[in-house]
Write a protein that binds this ligand. Sequence first.
Ligand code: UDP
Ligand code: MG
Length: 157
Amino acid sequence: MRQTLVIIKPDAVNRCIAGKVIQRFEEKGLQIKAMKMELLQPYVLKEHYAHLKDKKFFEGLISYMASIPSMLMILEGKDAVKVVRKMVGSTQGRDAEPGTIRGDYSVSNQSNIVHASENEEAAKEEIKRFFKKEEIYEYKKMDFDWIYSRDETYMKK
Ligand code: UDP
Ligand code: MG
């Protein structure tokens, strides 16, 4: 099983569609291992988006992300990083395919509803950045044996 970080961004919280976004992940079969609401501070956002520090939208991105609280989650499942990125869709709301979260709920390059880790390495780093060990829960999901086949359950990835 793999874990990935999702941030339900301020626009989704303000537009009252956080629940719909969470529901999509639940319905897909991903397990919520951690979840909290937090007003993200500029210093942590600057670290999180460091790869974009030279972009002209950087300052605007930080102030949007720090404007009101976000909802942060760790999702677990087989190939969770890839699965979640696919569900989220491409970065720019107007380009994102209908059926994806961004495609269905956004029309902006910036206010695009969710963040999802880009790859395995980023996921590990981001989970560490935003969650303490004691905020992450181990529990048995009762429908687990129906979500995956037996073969998949015994495979490592
Ligand atoms: N962003 C923006 N303007 C742009 C491109 C991106 O404000 O022209 C914001 C947008 O909120 C995006 C975030 O910067 O989600 C991170 O950009 P990245 O390229 O990492 O896209 P993502 O991984 O979120 O799809
Ligand atoms: Mg990214």
